[in-house]
Write a protein that binds this ligand. Structure first.
Ligand code: GUN
Length: 295
């Protein structure tokens, strides 16, 4: 059994990003990322902190915009419109989930597709469906694909089962897996799927993305499967200083011995997501530069 070390693989990807940032600097451009967070969800603040810190490590300019819980829809839209018009910002990310009174879809649709480094805007979703490389691919599924590729996992013809159909992970994950270059046979399972464990046992590659702590138990997993655990869930744990511990959607201890390879939580998909965000931001800066130079 191989533990797929996302931290190490992400560090490799980030080293490549650092070089690309230096290359852009030499051409007179510093990539810039704006991260907008509304409200005080503690996990979201931790993620945003990691994103901003990684920008600093790579020499990417970042702007963290923290808006209070009671911020109105109109105010968030105004912030996004300002970032769309700001030439020092190449990438815009609005951390999900926002507070319940915020209409996230309207905000996503306002983000300039050329700055949509999350890949959530309909233009980029469409480009993903069409396999048009000029768009942005959502960071978490893109990170999962890179984990598979860099770990040398054969995907062509493999049975892949994605659990979850979210716009952030499940749907784009399925599209990437079935795409040319990956060539998996894809099943998307969800909360209404009948005989879920049986469906999952068909998987050569199993990718749970449902946000349910330790939901996937050993009976969901075929001997020799590769498991990419997208879930990051907080479980109360009074023995920890923080008061919680992180677990995935997979019951790791019982599932790992059956696997050919598995990602840990933390240290699996999470670091890859951040690395892909950096890569998308660099891509956005490069495209804006090419456009400015008429290339
Ligand atoms: N919340 C969880 N994952 C993501 C992500 O990839 N992007 C944004 N904006 N919010 C998230």
């Amino acid at each position: 059994m191989t533990i797929l070390n996302g931290k190490e693989i992400a560090a490799d990807a980030l080293a490549g990003c650092r070089e690309q940032v230096q290359g852009l600097e030499a051409r007179g451009v510093t990539p810039g990322l704006a991260v907008v967070i509304v409200g005080k969800d503690p996990a979201s603040h931790v993620y945003v902190g990691s994103k901003v810190k990684t920008c600093a490590d790579l020499g990417i300019y970042s702007r963290r915009i923290e808006l209070p819980e009671e911020t109105s829809q109109k105010e968030v839209l105004e912030v996004v419109a300002g970032l769309n018009a700001d030439p020092s910002i190449h990438g815009i990310l609005v951390q999900s989930p926002p507070p319940p009174h915020i209409n996230e879809e309207e905000i996503i649709r306002l983000i300039d597709p050329d700055k949509d480094v999350d890949g959530f805007h309909p233009v980029n979703v469409g480009k993903l469906v069409m396999e048009d490389d000029s768009g942005f691919v959502p960071c978490t599924p893109q990170g999962c694909i890179q984990l598979l590729e860099r770990a040398g996992i054969e995907t062509s013809g493999a049975n892949a089962v994605v659990i979850g159909r979210s716009m952030i992970v499940g749907k784009p994950m399925a599209l990437l897996l079935m795409g040319r270059g990956i060539n998996a046979t894809v099943t998307v399972a969800h909360s209404r799927t009948k005989e879920l464990a049986k469906v999952c046992r068909e998987a050569d590659i199993l990718i749970p993305a449902i946000g349910k702590p330790e939901f996937v138990t050993a009976d969901f997993v075929k001997e020799g499967a590769v498991v990419i655990d997208v879930g990051i869930n907080r479980l109360e744990d009074s023995s920890r200083k923080s008061g919680y511990r992180l677990v995935g959607d997979v019951a790791y201890e019982e599932v790992a011995p059956k696997c050919r390879a598995i990602t840990p939580v933390p240290g699996g998909v999470g670091p890859m997501t951040i690395a892909m965000l950096m890569s998308n931001t660099i891509k956005a800066a490069r495209s804006s530069m090419d456009q400015a130079e008429g290339g």
